[in-house]
Design a protein. Structure first.
Length: 279
């Protein structure tokens, strides 16, 4: 028996009682975007997911091929009738049993999907204001670069942003350098130099980050680098923007009293849409 919200019920009445993702955050996940029944950047998502499972010592089932997981996601999307444009999240968690030490490393998975309005990427918010979130810091380690269900910094940061009328916050690492936004990687344009923090700084090894780095390197007279960004650099920047697979590119228009242009982010967004329309 368990006590659930003040009522004594059978332990079988709540599937979370022994769920390790719920108890310990013992899970990894990927969020993908589907357009016209096609998962964007599937290979990048798949290899990051497999890498994440290896990092946290999960046993990868023999049937966990890229084709198998693609089939599982698309069958759900079809069942939910959202093949035109949708997002899906696959969460892989270690099976019940044990405390900090699991009884075994076998896994189960859960996939959830919802519809999205737009097929192509667009800039959804014209005014987008951010500030630093300094209550807690990201550590510069491999675990920070993968998607686990340990996201309490992102949650408390989102609450802070909401309470202060901000659209997002920028997270710092334990060296007090800018790492990423609450739900995406950060890029900074200063002159003709486009910078994003290296993964070694503790940022997520983002799938959209990889696409934008590749697209930006094709723009003439634009230097593209992976370098440390300090909070002081933000005040000098010409542009700031956030990237993730669901939103694409979101330009930041204001950081404290500093306003930013959006020229390079608009150009990159156009190139991104051109790329996905031809694949």
């Amino acid at each position: 028996m368990i006590n659930f919200n003040g009522t004594i019920v059978s332990e079988d009445a709540n599937i979370l009682t022994q769920n390790r993702a719920f108890l310990y955050g013992d899970a990894v996940f990927e969020t993908v975007k589907i357009i016209n029944n096609k998962i964007l950047f599937l290979e990048d998502h798949y290899f990051r997911l497999m890498s994440s499972m290896r990092v946290v010592r999960m046993e990868i089932p023999m049937n966990f091929t890229m084709e198998y997981l693609e089939e599982q996601i698309l069958s759900l999307v079809a069942k939910n009738q959202v093949v035109h444009s949708s997002r899906a999240r696959i969460t892989i968690y270690r099976n019940d049993g044990g405390y900090y030490l699991p009884q075994n490393n076998t896994v189960s998975f859960l996939i959830h999907s919802i519809a999205l309005e737009n097929t192509f990427y667009s800039i959804e918010k014209k005014h987008y204001e951010v500030d630093l979130y300094k209550d807690f810091y990201i550590t510069k380690q491999l675990l920070s670069s993968i998607k686990t269900t340990n996201k309490i910094i992102n949650i408390t940061g989102s609450i802070f942003a909401n309470e202060n009328g901000l659209d997002n916050c920028l997270l710092l690492n334990d060296s007090k350098n800018v790492v990423e936004a609450l739900q995406g990687n950060i890029f900074m344009l200063l002159g003709n130099k486009l910078t994003t923090p290296p993964v070694s700084e503790g940022c997520l090894n983002g799938v959209m980050r990889k696409q934008i780095l590749s697209l930006a390197k094709k723009i003439e007279n634009l230097e593209v680098v992976e370098e440390v960004i300090s909070p002081f650099d933000l005040q000098k920047a010409d542009e700031l923007f956030i990237t993730n697979v669901i939103k694409g590119i979101q330009p930041i228009t204001q950081y404290r009293k500093k306003a930013f242009s959006t020229n390079i982010s608009v150009k990159l967004l156009k190139k991104l849409n051109e790329m996905i329309s031809t694949t």
